[in-house]
Design a protein. Structure first.
Length: 508
């Protein structure tokens, strides 16, 4: 009898792992001869680059490096920078891992400090916290129709978007900037890359992404001043993805795994250039439109049914969110007699997600590192945090949602008032897909058990006093009959009773 069930397979995305791991930073730094002595340390920053994150067997294996950079004042009152790298390899157990699973790694926080041991040595201590998420596509079988002579069923129907595949594909973009005198004898302080997807096209088993990656480079000039430059790299990438076609809706987010910038050697005849290499991970969820009817409940008046259930997730709406959000903050530096701002960096953007009626709300904060110049010419380092809130209104009532946006720095500008108040305008880009979904309990398998023995003394006709709000399905199931038969004998049409009433029906 099992072969008579009509079934359908559906693919759903499943999170298999989500945890934070701590990567320690412990460096004893000795300055080379060409670096000036340490007089005062201004600050220390960390940049995490992920070279690879893959599933190997039942483990997620992550290779990367933490670049720690110290800013300090030397004996000539000049600002200097020195960089030291700490490679790492982490292996994490993943239950039910498969080769096609996606491993997403992002740096969510960093705690790093540096102290001078003497004029030539410094200790760097701290950690970065990495969020590791592993997810993959899981195929489920649901029952869509049963033999009519076996059982009665209550069906549910969902018209929406269903997953065809999900994957993450990495590729490298490289470019060389135009020659610029800014780069001459400059040292890199930090880099940040901002990817933007402008267009996605699909054909059978292939997807084309068009967009742009902007890499901001902050440097120390030969005179010790902070300068910046932006290098834009166009994206036109074709990616092989099995299972997609022209009708597929592909939701693509580009994430930066690592950024490497090198300044070419100086030559007397021409100014140097910046060689930029960015590793991008294109995370793709591909959907197809479908109207699926599944069996939600079943019972038989003839035999016991052993039913296994699961959840059918239908994406009812997909919203692409790709917006800039400006955060304005004021910070008071009057106590240190600040005269000008030497440098402002966004160290980290943190956020949490909330829902409210028909809106999704992002609440978070921006962590700044600020170097100010006092009236007497002394450079001082401060850290400040500014809260922000972003609200996205939708037209649908939000029951279940999935939203994992990428928040990146788009631009930052600032001004300082005579009283030492600094106004910072930070524009962050919020990029991601908001999935609104419905979840339904469905039957995934049915087995028949013992035959139901009927008492010969059972009444052929049943009189039942029903209450308002009762479902005919529940009444029929309780008395081994069918809701269609109850409707026919009592001349009613509704599935849920609108008032108290007396019902007469026969058992099957």
């Amino acid at each position: 009898m099992e072969n008579e069930f009509r079934t359908e397979t559906v693919m759903q995305k499943k999170e298999k792992l989500s945890l934070n791991i701590e990567q320690l930073i412990e460096n004893d730094l000795s300055l080379p001869d060409y670096c000036g002595d340490i007089v005062k340390i201004l600050g220390c920053t960390a940049q995490t680059n992920i070279f690879s994150a893959v599933i190997t067997g039942d483990k997620a294996v992550i290779d990367g490096v933490v670049l720690a950079r110290i800013l300090y004042i030397d004996a000539s009152a000049k600002t200097e920078i020195y960089e030291i790298s700490s490679p790492f390899n982490r292996s994490i157990d993943v239950k039910n891992a498969t080769d096609g699973d996606m491993v997403d790694v992002s740096c969510v926080s960093e705690q790093i400090s540096c102290r001078a041991v003497n004029q030539r040595r410094a200790d760097i201590r701290g950690s970065v916290t990495l969020r590791v998420q592993v997810s993959g596509a899981e195929v489920s079988t649901i029952i869509t129709e049963t033999p009519k002579n076996l059982c009665h069923t209550l069906n549910c129907s969902a018209d929406g978007n269903y997953l065809k595949c999900c994957c993450a594909k990495s590729f490298t973009l490289s470019d060389v900037s135009e020659p610029n005198e800014k780069f001459r004898n400059a040292k890199i302080v930090r880099t940040a890359s901002l990817p933007v997807v402008n267009e996605v096209k699909t054909i059978k088993n292939k997807m084309m992404i068009k967009g742009n990656v902007a890499t901001d480079i902050t440097m120390l000039s030969s005179s010790g001043n902070f300068i910046s430059e932006r290098v834009n790299i166009p994206v036109s990438q074709i990616i092989d993805i099995d299972g997609i076609d022209e009708e597929s809706q592909c939701c693509v987010s580009m994430k930066v795994q690592s950024t490497d910038v090198r300044i070419s050697p100086d030559t007397p005849s021409a100014p140097p250039s910046a060689e930029v290499s960015v590793v991008i991970s294109a995370v793709t969820d591909a959907f197809t439109k479908a109207d699926i009817t599944a069996v939600a409940e079943a019972y038989s008046p003839h035999c016991e049914l052993i039913c296994q259930t699961g959840k059918l997730r239908c994406i009812s709406a997909i919203h692409r969110i790709n917006e800039n959000h400006t955060v304005t903050a004021k910070h008071d530096f009057a106590s240190c007699k600040a005269k000008e701002i030497a440098d402002i960096a966004v160290k980290k953007i943190r956020h949490t997600i909330h829902t409210e009626n028909k809106a999704v709300i992002l609440k978070g904060n921006i962590h700044f590192g600020i170097i100010v110049m006092s009236e007497d010419g002394e450079k001082l380092y401060f850290e400040r945090i500014t809260d922000f809130e972003y609200k996205k209104q939708t037209n649908e009532e939000i029951k279940n949602c999935d939203f994992n946006p990428i928040l990146s720095l788009n631009s930052i500008d600032y001004s300082i008032a005579p009283d030492g108040t600094v106004t910072i305008n930070t524009e962050i880009r919020i990029d991601g897909f908001l999935y609104l979904s419905d979840e339904m309990n469905v039957i995934t398998s049915i087995e028949t058990g013992e035959e139901i023995k009927k008492d010969s003394m059972d009444s052929v006709i049943t009189v039942y006093f029903a209450s308002k709000g009762e479902r005919l399905w529940d009444i029929a199931r309780e008395h081994n009959t069918s809701s269609e038969l109850i409707k026919s004998l009592n001349s009613i049409n509704e599935d849920k009773l609108e008032k108290d009433c007396m019902l007469i029906f026969e058992q099957e």
